[in-house]
Design a protein around this ligand. Sequence first.
Ligand code: NAP
Ligand code: GCO
Length: 268
Amino acid sequence: MAEFSMNSFLLTDKVALVTGASDGIGFGIACGMAKAGAKIVFNSRNQEKVDAAIARYKENGVDARGFVCDVTDEEAVREMVRTIKEEIGVIDILVNNAAIIKRVPMTEMDEKDFRKIIDTDLVAPYIVSKAVIPDMIEKGHGKIINICSMMSELGRETVSAYAAAKGGLKMLTRNICSEYGGANIQCNAIGPGYIATKQTAPLRERQPDGSRSPFDQFIISKTPVGRWGDVEDLMGPAVFLASDASDFVNGHILYVDGGILAYIGKQP
Ligand code: NAP
Ligand code: GCO
């Protein structure tokens, strides 16, 4: 039996591309991977955000490389991946993190908005994965981590497009595993619970008297640990799924939700 070593959890000198990591969960995951030794590359749609994020990475001791790139634009993604390969190295780890949400009842939703969400949250992970997989095959290994959601399993009022995309992303994860597992590519997903970021800020807005909003209280009551998640809660799971320690984990959706999916909810 090969000797087990804690080094298998390290990401020393691996090149990790985390999409949409100028802030939020992507930023947290990138910082976690950097602490484990990875070289961090990220993108944003906006140069000012890239510059601000590079400065924030620096404050956190991370020497990150940032690109302006819209993940729904296949040519732009190909160009970014080509540049990363030439200037930094073949991408060993891809985290498909970039996403958008619009909370509006389905019957009131504009078709254009529905398509834009599917484009960003489902088609883009396909575009970016498609751009990195050939080099991963040639290199003989690769890790793809898709950021899914509670909405990969559950529906709720107002998030039809987001739920449709994140449910699709769960199956894209399993299909990439099925198609490229033989090339030593592991494609897994993380399904975060409710995490305090700017995406969920409107759900956590305080009432005029300073108390928690009904939705905020609802989430806390649905989470056995009784709190929202922080981006730090996702660092360990992401590092694990990016590391050699998870080489036989493939096509798995790792829910990091404080127990939401296991829980029927607080009894009255
Ligand atoms: P966030 O702060 O809104 O981050 C999403 C990032 O995606 C933004 O920083 C944005 O970057 C980027 N992005 C959006 N469209 C893009 C595009 N077309 N091209 C490139 N980048 C794009 O949200 P978050 O909460 O950190 O969410 C990160 C991921 O976790 C998402 O996949 C989300 O669905 C998922 N998630 C979040 C939660 C939660 O509770 N927060 C729970 C489960 C899953 P720029 O504005 O800089 O371009
Ligand atoms: C919502 C939230 C969720 C979370 C997350 C849950 O409106 O219900 O935004 O969709 O962001 O994806 O895991």
